[in-house]
Design a protein around this ligand. Structure first.
Ligand SMILES: C[S@@+](CC[C@H](N)C(=O)[O-])C[C@H]1O[C@@H](n2cnc3c(N)ncnc32)[C@H](O)[C@@H]1O
Length: 103
């Protein structure tokens, strides 16, 4: 039996179009994306889809919310999308090391 002070993480999986999310405005503190932006920048309608996706992420984030985007792309290929007009957020790039050892 787990102790009362044990932290739990509840994950609910929903399937929907990221270009038209079924969430109300300003719902989430954090949006985490691993390679969805990368996929959309490779779509046949990439400029329109990417702009729509980012605007959806922005819409569902609470004011001062955080969008964490894990991408394998060079940052200069993503910054224009993240800095499109109408987005009132700061954009920071953090490089994650490919691997590290635990001794
Ligand atoms: C490169 S994969 C990354 C999958 C997973 N996040 C990972 O890191 O293994 C990109 C994902 O974006 C999804 N995707 C692309 N366009 C989408 C859309 N319009 N709505 C929802 N998901 C989409 C694809 O189905 C695919 O699962």
């Amino acid at each position: 039996m787990y102790g009362l002070n044990r932290a739990y993480l509840l994950i609910i999986v929903l399937t929907m179009d990221a270009l038209k999310m079924n969430f109300k405005d300003e719902t989430y503190d954090v949006v985490f994306d691993k390679a969805t932006l990368d996929a959309l920048t490779s779509s046949s309608n990439s400029m329109k889809d990417t702009a729509k996706y980012i605007s959806e992420v922005y819409r569902v984030l609470k004011p001062n919310g955080t969008y964490i985007c894990v991408s394998s792309s060079a940052p200069e290929l993503r910054m224009d999308h993240l800095r499109q007009p109408g987005l009132n957020w700061d954009v920071k790039f953090v490089k994650i090391r490919k691997s590290f050892k635990i001794n």
